[in-house]
Design a protein around this ligand. Structure first.
Ligand SMILES: C[C@@H](O)C(=O)SC[C@H](NC(=O)CC[C@H](N)C(=O)O)C(=O)NCC(=O)O
Ligand code: NI
Length: 146
């Protein structure tokens, strides 16, 4: 058995691609449009997994966009997507400046949680050892439940 992907349904495809690709750094690997099913599937890979994704050997995020609006609610049974990052403070700075909600700030230099436009929780884990605490993160409280 091999892990393939995690699928999340998104309400606004442009806003989701802006968040996952432009802000978080994921790369589009492939997309499928279904006229009959009236939906679009977009598969995304993290930069380090991009090459493996070309041979379909990488863990992916599958965005499902239904062309007809639907209210998906918030299934608390879904936890989060998690990514290992090279510079947790630098990425959180960039995300915060671009308006992304930092739900749990990286004050320990190890772990942070941010939210997608659909309020999907995204965990960011610092690669290697935790970074030294850095202002202003060290003093920042949580901005919500996570
Ligand atoms: C390509 C493969 O990875 C899939 O996940 S296709 C699964 C299929 N998806 C859809 O039909 C998308 C549109 C649908 N309205 C939806 O929102 O899922 C499917 O069977 N989806 C049902 C599901 O529970 O995932
Ligand atoms: Ni799928």
């Amino acid at each position: 058995m091999r892990y393939l992907h995690t699928m999340v349904r998104v309400k606004d495809l442009d806003a989701s691609l802006d968040f996952y690709c432009n802000k978080l750094g994921l790369q589009e690997v492939r997309r499928t449009e279904s006229e009959k099913g009236r939906f679009t599937l977009i598969f995304l890979a993290a930069p380090e997994d991009g090459d493996r994704a070309k041979t379909d050997k990488a863990p992916l995020v599958e965005l499902t966009y239904n062309w007809d609006p639907a209210d998906y609610g918030e299934g608390r049974n879904f936890g989060h997507l998690a990514f290992e990052v090279d510079d947790i403070y630098g990425l959180c700075d960039k995300l915060q400046k671009s308006g992304v909600t930092i739900n749990r700030p990286p004050r320990d230099g190890h772990m942070a949680f941010v939210r997608s436009p659909d309020n999907i929780s995204v965990e960011l884990l610092q690669k290697g050892d935790s970074k030294e605490p850095a202002e202003p993160w060290a003093s920042m409280g949580n901005t919500g439940h996570w």
